[in-house]
Design a protein around this ligand. Structure first.
Ligand code: NOJ
Length: 867
């Protein structure tokens, strides 16, 4: 079956017209005093960290031998649908560097077969389990490698979940920077341990799907974020991902502070490459590039999939245009050298020079043979699928993640776990299969049957699906199924019957409209789909015992039924992937106790959120999405506004109970100073001769067999390009070629290494005080003192640990480390992280949710058990 090419959908948003690179004037006039992204030039070079030294040395050796065409090749995509992957670069085969395959997604290999459909990011977040995060990362990396994908486009740590209706929150790990940070970093470490390069995305402010993208007729919205909020919330997981050694990052579609992310010099040059010491390469999101020279100068290293303003027409911002820009001097040759060195160094760093497989699948067809360049005017045909099975035993990890994420919100009268012979009546299409067939909807763009993932590029095909219906039927000796969302007439329950009602809420990427929802939950809001609320209410009218199972992309409103007397239990199973059924029955029937915790707050009503996090509609001029709420998203807001949500962030019950005792706070490295120790100086970076390449290096090779619309680095008249240098490129205001002084907050991958000094360590003994096996999560929140002089959320998650499975009476001592950075605020004046000296006045809380603190510690005074 042919599978819809993902980015074709983007075409529908684009009509012909002119979109030129912004001139100096337009760049200058974009600024407003309030939200302005300052210029930051030149692009810092990569290679100054010892960890990367040997990879950069190898890259330097090979890049030194490259022609201009080869260099441009590796930085530029060959065009939408010009190969098997979502995007591919050109190659430098003469020197052993292949065309690189870049492909989705964060939860499995997109649009192929014999892969694993893992639980989505939001599900991973709900496990609060670092080991499972890592294990899933390894499995994803193994599958990417097995399919010959050089760069797997994930994990996603943005969106953060600022907007509860945001379409792609489910691809990331939850509405908290620390949860995102651990989810992202552990995934990266796992993925990259296999040699696959991870791509951490999207930098930054892509919190809404609608109007995200600039095209020839529209301008994407501007996420206007103040410096402190940017650092303390939205950049936090990127810093941790860079510290984890991520090989590439993807810029977002939208603007930040009125400068488009793919050419925002402050974000790329200033923050990613200087302050956060990023040594890998920076790519665009797909078709997010809006200028050639401007993006190169702003620090972009790779354009994906390479097309110009209108895909598939054979235009490009880079490719031959980059050759021209280097020849005519608009883009300094050392910028191009840095771009390609970063890419090749990353390739060496992950060991892809040693037996890394070539792509053996097609992202556009499941047939064995097909067009080699589906986007070309005339394409040769050949073998495009070798059907390599990459699943290994990853189903075990997929099931463990899905199971350990399941979050028990309520369990009155201990109705759960169910017994195998309980009389069960199961309701809801969300318990069953998609009647149209497995993977019937491209990119999962429909909500039929159990919701295993959202829709869009962040999906993959299900190799198989165990539905809740199948799994329950396999275990229960006494279950009847009503796979319908309309409560069936004539069905009622006796006192012993238990109704299990399945409901869901879906969302996805702004490339498909599903039931009126353009990615964001614009129409459905936070209500369950398919009249799920009515189904629960009808069941509650007919049965005295109702269990509700929710598959959801994010917060949903439960007020219509949560307090009804018969609604005894609620399980949120998030987005479980292919093991939906088994993971659920593991919990439902008590083989395991639930141990998931909410990765976001469940409110009582949508109006309880700050006004500024609602979806923003189209407006005259560019949409300005002002982050007025600052640090106060999700639970931070609910605490500040003193609003009790329905279920707080971090909430999750078990079939057993836990006691927290013997808390101990120890000083590990005293916080002697408000700011961290001075950063280490930058090491040296590779140097190349500063001579301009010879135009002949980008002349068309003799007898070259061109594929029309494929994007090449070659020019018809390269000598003309080189000669034509009288017209000076209108460099943006603030453009400079002298490197800036190294920012004091930098110094290593992620920032100044002193920020990760462990300041305090909290130990707490967790004892299973109930009668069943179970796992507890200790969530550590910090409260920073008013003496810092800044308004700071009263609780911020900064660390968590999960116990192993504890049997009744068993204990485990958990150690939770807190770093200097965890206890700091971003000082916008000094441009560094500031902490209270000696930790004075800092409070540290450990609990089972943000609203259930079990232990409280005050620095200098010690800890107490609270209950
Ligand atoms: C657009 C999405 O925003 C991004 O996450 C994805 O990786 C690319 N398309 C490629 O499919």
């Amino acid at each position: 079956m042919a599978v819809f090419p993902l980015c074709l959908a983007l075409l529908s948003q684009i009509v012909p017209g002119a979109l030129s690179s912004p001139s100096a004037e337009t760049l200058a006039s974009r600024g407003s005093p309030e939200f302005f992204s300052p210029p930051y030039y030149p692009a810092p070079k990569g290679g100054w960290l010892s960890d990367w030294a040997s990879a950069y040395k190898k890259a330097h050796d090979v890049v030194s031998k490259m022609t201009l065409a080869e260099k441009v090749n590796l930085t530029s995509g060959t065009g939408e649908l010009m190969g098997r992957c979502a995007g591919q670069t050109g190659s430098a085969l003469r020197l052993g560097i292949p065309s690189l395959c870049l492909h989705d997604s964060p939860l499995g290999i997109h649009n192929t077969d014999q892969n694993t459909a893992f639980p989505a990011g939001i599900t991973v977040g709900a496990t609060f389990d670092k080991d499972l995060m890592y294990e899933r990362g390894v499995a994803l990396g193994e599958e990417a490698r097995g399919k010959g994908i050089n760069v797997l486009l994930g994990p996603s740590v943005n969106p953060m979940g600022r907007k509860p209706r945001g379409g792609r929150n489910w691809e990331s790990f939850g509405a908290d920077p620390t949860l995102q940070a651990f989810g992202g970093a552990m995934t990266i470490k796992g993925m990259q341990s296999t040699g696959a390069i991870a791509s951490l995305k999207h930098v930054v402010g892509n919190e809404q799907e609608m109007h995200r993208m600039s095209t020839v007729i529209t301008q994407g919205y501007s996420s206007n974020i103040d410096d402190r909020t940017l650092h303390e919330l939205y950049l936090w997981p990127f810093a941790e991902g860079i510290r984890a050694g991520v090989g590439s990052v993807m810029m977002a579609y939208n603007d930040v502070n009125r400068s488009t992310c793919s050419q925002n010099s402050k974000l790329i040059n200033g923050i990613l490459k200087d302050e956060l010491g990023f040594q890998g390469f920076v790519m665009t999101d797909w078709l997010a590039q809006i200028g050639g020279v401007s993006s190169a100068l702003a620090g972009l290293d790779m354009s994906m999939p390479g097309d110009g303003p209108i895909p598939l027409l054979g235009t490009a911002y880079w490719s031959w245009e980059l050759s021209r820009a280097v020849l005519n001097g608009s883009v300094p040759v050392d910028r191009l050298n840095d771009m390609v060195t970063r890419i090749v160094a990353t390739w060496y760093k992950m060991g892809q020079d040693k037996d890394y497989p070539r792509p053996n699948f097609s992202g556009t067809t499941l047939e064995k043979t097909g067009l080699l360049y589906p986007g070309a005017l005339i394409s040769p045909i050949g073998i495009v699928n070798e059907f390599v099975n990459v699943q290994g035993n990853h189903n075990i990890t997929a099931r463990a993640v899905a199971r350990d994420a399941i979050t028990l919100l309520k369990n009155e009268e201990n109705i759960l776990p169910l017994k195998r012979n309980d009389s069960l009546k199961i309701f809801g299409t969300d318990a069953g299969a998609n009647p149209a067939g497995l993977n019937a909807c491209p990119d999962n763009g429909c909500n039929q049957g159990v919701l295993t993932m959202g829709w869009g590029s962040g999906t993959c095909r299900l190799p198989y699906l165990v539905t809740p219906q199948e799994a329950i039927a396999n275990i229960s000796s006494n279950a009847e199924f009503y796979i319908t969302d309309l409560f069936p007439i004539g069905v009622s329950g006796g006192p012993e019957d238990i109704a299990v009602v399945f409901i869901n809420s879906d969302s996805g990427e702004h490339m498909l409209l599903v039931d009126g929802n353009p990615g964001d939950r614009a129409l459905a809001g936070l209500y369950s789909w398919h009249n799920g609320d009515d189904l629960v209410k009808s069941a509650a009218a007919m049965f005295s015992k109702v269990v509700v199972v929710v598959h959801t992309v994010g917060p949903i409103l439960m007020e219509e039924w949560i307090d009804l007397e018969p609604v005894k239990a609620v399980l949120v199973a998030h987005l479980p992937g292919q093991e939906a059924g088994w993971s659920l029955t593991d919990i439902l029937f008590g083989d395991y106790s639930p141990s998931g915790h909410l990765p976001y707050t469940i409110p009582r009503r949508e109006s309880d959120y700050p006004e500024s996090v609602h979806l923003i509609p189209l407006s005259l001029g560019q949409i300005q999405d002002n982050y007025d709420e600052g640090l106060y998203i999700d639970y931070r807001h609910f605490l500040k506004a003193n609003i009790t949500p329905r279920y707080p962030f971090g909430h999750g019950l078990s079939y057993t109970t836990f006691n927290f005792s013997e808390p101990r706070l120890s000083v590990v490295k005293p916080l002697d100073t408000a700011y961290p120790a001075a950063r280490p100086p930058k090491g040296s970076t590779p140097t190349y001769p500063d001579t301009k390449p010879a135009p002949s290096e980008v002349a068309w090779p003799k007898n070259f067999n061109r594929i029309w619309r494929y994007l090449y680095p070659y020019l018809d008249n390269p000598a003309d390009a080189s000669a034509n240098s009288t017209e000076k490129y209108p460099y943006p205001d603030g453009y400079a070629t002298e490197p800036k002084p190294a920012p004091r907050a930098g110094g290593a991958e992620g920032g100044n290494p002193a920020l990760w000094d462990v300041a305090f360590s909290v130990q707490v003994k967790v004892t299973n005080t109930g009668s069943r096996d179970g796992r507890a999560v200790a969530q550590l929140y910090v409260e920073l003192p008013a003496s810092l002089g800044l308004d700071t959320p009263s609780r911020q998650l900064r660390q968590f640990e999960k116990t192993k499975i504890l049997s009744a009476g068993q204990s485990e001592v958990l150690t939770l480390d807190v770093t200097r950075k965890d206890l700091s605020v971003w000082d916008v004046v000094v441009q560094d992280w500031k902490t209270p000296v000696h930790g004075e006045g800092i409070k540290i809380w450990v609990g089972e949710s943000v609203a259930d603190m079990r232990v409280g510690c005050t620095v200098g005074e010690g800890c107490a058990v609270l209950h």
